[in-house]
Design a protein around this ligand. Structure first.
Ligand SMILES: [Zn+2]
Length: 783
């Protein structure tokens, strides 16, 4: 018996919703409010605190020590009442029992190569630092915390933060003063690490000081974090408030002091000649020496017992740093920034010759000219580059930069430098002077978000480097330079707190810089992106932007929805690897039997002949033996056009619309190109189509082609020419990590097979018989 089931066969529609790469970011970004708007601009009630400092500091060159007193004037512009203030004590990082020292893992790059796999490995420099920091008498010795009139204030120190309790809470709009007296030993920068410190020169028995994070600085209080009092662990840099500074630096009388701010008392600290040369540098188009090589070499030998006080003033800066030495050469020239003349100056010991007088000040000027184009006019009166022990670090108006030539100690006039040192010097100066824009002016929270200053700045550094000379060897910025990192394991998203970032340089500098370059060149376009980036700078200079403010501003000013881009590049660790899987060519079905049937026959005939058919060729067949067995079908194959076919077509044709007829008769080709997304990041499809007639064409398909399926997509292109090949991303614009699947048809990739010989085994017997060499150098010294 047959049972007929009436139930409809359940069709399966699994809800395998693919990941929506274009889902809007609103659910992740903070809700806009009156402090920060949905457009990414500061809101109508935006506020920030104001902190002014008056500091008197004495540099003890005999003991490498600072002793100082500061008066802080704190203005509460917030709508909140504050019962205490937090002060940052960055120098406490150098106490042996600091969290920085205690929380440091035993081996470097632990996150990349766990100990269990490769054993302990530590650079000599890192090992020296770890040892030195465990015995160094570092950190602040605070002798007074008082209010403006000298009355002691209750306070408690929590490692790198100090809370000062106010006797009366500070109301919105109110102002209070705090005095702090303190001293601390200066770290030896190359030994202890850090972003400032001293360098000792054995040859001439002199010190060079680069002084930073040297005074107790007010912590930030803002609308996003309240107090930003996350401890200083060494990597996540600084969150600071803007204010006006007066700093009186008391140093040995034969020292030259370079500093944030303008010198208020040149008559007391500069010679008549130096003042005249400085006047000459105003308006100078090339560097003018203020202290020459001969003068610096003479000064190196001086040991003055006198002291001088250099007074500097700086307005609207978020920090203050300075440098001091009797070794400094000093040069200066002028650069126009908007309506303002900026004095670009460099200070360096003779160890920096001949690189420094050639490249330093010119690099400062170049940076200001380039950054002004892409952000805003440099607003400060001076811009300084100092050579000393710090590899590269930025402060308002002043930067510390490390590269120097190699000196032949037997003949100190013989100096050479590597290509890397030369471009390393120009690049580091561009980078550090660039930081005066980001984050010294566009005041992002570095303790939290490293990419907001390093990434943005490294992006503009790339743009400025490319304007220095053709084919400038930029390390970061080009998409092709980031692919190894993008494909690497052990990554975290860019949107990760500074302290937890793995592969720091690539994550916080390289990847965001490249992402912005890709936005500019490939996704948004130069004109729109440059405008949007400038708009971000304009909106947030002298204010404190957060990540959402950047993301929102770029979209707001360009009308390009980039949520997918921020999501992919900033919130994920996916990479770009898009493959061309296949290319199919189709012509329209004309329905004309005399056209379509031969087409089908040709297709069939184009199939390879079966191996059996080939081997059976010449075989005696029955129908040859008995020809009477042949009939109509032996003469006509399955593709034969019949009268019925023709009649059917004639009647069908009458119903064709004109446009349908035109389309069916067009002798074009429909190419369908199939893509798969292997890496995860969705990106535009940039296609180079090469035709058989030798012509070629570039097609730019926006990333939105992936919006319904982020893993597979295809594109139909209608062309009147025959396609020979397709290349995806021919200019390497998207950081695609696997180029082998970017060609259709695939290409044979040229490479080199490295052929090597195995090393011979260690022969102890032979080595034991070798003659013992005497040490030539020791025997010479004995004579
Ligand atoms: Zn940097």
């Amino acid at each position: 018996m047959l049972l007929v089931a009436h139930s409809v066969e359940a069709k399966e529609w699994p809800k395998n919703q693919p990941e929506d790469k274009f889902r809007q970011l609103e659910e992740i970004l903070p809700t806009p409010n009156s402090y920060r708007t949905g457009s990414g601009a500061p809101g109508h009630e935006y506020w920030q605190q104001q902190v002014d400092y008056h500091i008197k500091v004495k540099l003890d060159d005999d003991n490498q020590r600072l002793q100082a007193h500061e008066l802080i004037t704190y203005t509460n512009n917030s709508p909140d009442t504050l019962s205490y203030l937090w002060v940052q004590l960055d120098q406490n990082r150098f106490k042996p029992d600091s969290d920085y020292n205690l929380s440091m893992p035993g081996v470097t790059r632990y996150e990349v190569k766990p100990r269990t796999e490769v054993g302990d490995k530590l650079s000599l420099k890192d090992f020296r630092g770890r040892v030195a920091r465990q015995v160094f008498d570092g950190g602040y010795k605070i002798t007074q915390v008082a209010d403006g009139s000298g009355t002691e204030l209750p306070h408690i120190i929590n490692k790198t933060m100090m809370r000062i309790d106010l006797p009366t809470a500070l109301a919105p709009g109110a102002q209070t003063q705090v005095q702090i007296s303190w001293s601390h030993n200066i770290v030896e920068a190359k030994k202890h690490g850090g972003r400032g410190g001293y360098e000792y020169f054995e040859r001439d028995d002199n010190y060079l000081y680069e002084i930073a994070q040297w005074f107790p600085r007010m912590a930030v209080y803002d609308d996003v974090n309240g107090w930003q009092n996350k401890q200083f662990l060494g990597r996540g840099e600084f969150a600071l408030e803007f204010g006006d500074y007066t700093v009186e630096i008391n140093a040995p009388a034969d020292h030259i002091v370079a500093s944030t701010g303008t010198l208020e008392n040149p008559d007391q600290v500069l010679s008549q000649t130096q003042k005249q040369r400085l006047a000459d540098a105003k308006g100078a188009k090339t560097p003018v020496m203020i202290v020459t090589e001969q003068e610096a070499l003479a000064n190196e030998k001086s040991r003055s017992k006198e002291r001088k006080t250099w007074v500097f003033k700086a307005e609207n800066v978020r920090d203050f740093a300075w440098a001091s030495s009797r070794k400094f050469l000093w040069d200066a020239m002028t650069v126009k920034s908007g309506e303002q003349d900026v004095l670009a100056m460099s200070y360096y010991p003779e160890e920096g010759l001949p690189l420094w007088p050639t490249y330093s000040t010119q690099s400062i000027v170049h940076t200001i000219e380039q950054y002004n184009k892409y952000s805003f006019d440099y607003p400060y009166p001076v811009a300084i580059s100092v050579n000393g022990p710090v590899g590269g670090m930025e402060y308002p108006m002043i930067t510390f930069n490390g590269p120097r030539p190699e000196i032949d100690e037997d003949d100190r006039s013989k100096r050479t430098y590597s290509r890397r040192t030369k471009y390393g010097l120009i690049s580091v100066i561009i980078h550090e002077i660039g930081h005066i824009y980001f984050p010294m002016i566009v005041n992002s929270d570095e303790r939290q978000w490293t990419w907001m200053d390093e990434g943005l700045n490294t992006y503009l550094q790339f743009v400025a480097e490319q304007a220095w000379e053709e084919n400038y060897p930029s390390r970061r910025g080009e998409p092709r330079n980031i692919v190894d990192y993008m494909a690497s394991p052990n990554q975290v998203p860019i949107m990760t707190n500074s302290e937890s970032i793995l592969q720091f340089g690539n994550n916080a500098y390289g990847k965001p810089a490249t992402a912005l370059n890709i936005l500019r060149e490939t996704i948004v376009g130069r004109e729109l992106f440059d405008h949007a980036f400038r708009e971000y700078g304009k909106r947030w200079k002298f204010k404190r932007p957060m990540p959402a403010d950047f993301f929102r501003t770029i979209e707001d000013a360009s009308a390009v929805d980039l949520d997918w881009f921020w999501r992919g590049w900033f919130y994920s660790t996916d990479h770009v690897d898009i493959s061309i899987d296949s290319v199919r060519v189709m012509s329209p079905d004309t329905k004309i039997p005399e056209v379509e049937q031969p087409f089908k026959r040709a297709q069939k005939q184009a199939e390879p002949t079966s191996i059996t058919v080939i081997r059976n060729e010449g075989m005696a067949r029955r129908v040859e033996q008995f020809p009477e067995l042949k009939d109509f079908y032996n003469e006509n194959d399955e593709f034969t056009v019949t009268n019925t076919d023709k009649n059917n077509y004639s009647s069908a044709k009458e119903k064709f619309e004109d446009w349908e007829q035109d389309l069916r008769n067009d002798h074009g080709f429909a190419y369908v190109i199939d893509f798969s997304n292997i890496g995860g990041l969705v990106m535009p499809l940039i296609l180079q189509l090469d035709y058989q007639d030798g012509s070629s064409e570039l097609v730019h398909i926006p990333a939105e082609i992936w919006r319904l399926n982020p893993k597979k997509t295809s594109k139909l292109l209608w062309r009147d020419k025959q396609l020979a090949s397709v290349t995806l991303d021919p200019y390497w614009q998207t950081a695609d990590v696997d180029l082998s699947n970017n060609y259709y048809p695939r290409q044979i990739m040229p490479s080199r097979l490295e052929l090597y010989k195995s090393k011979p085994r260690k022969n102890l017997m032979k080595e034991a018989q070798a003659e013992l060499k005497t040490d030539d150098k020791d025997s010479k010294e004995g004579n």
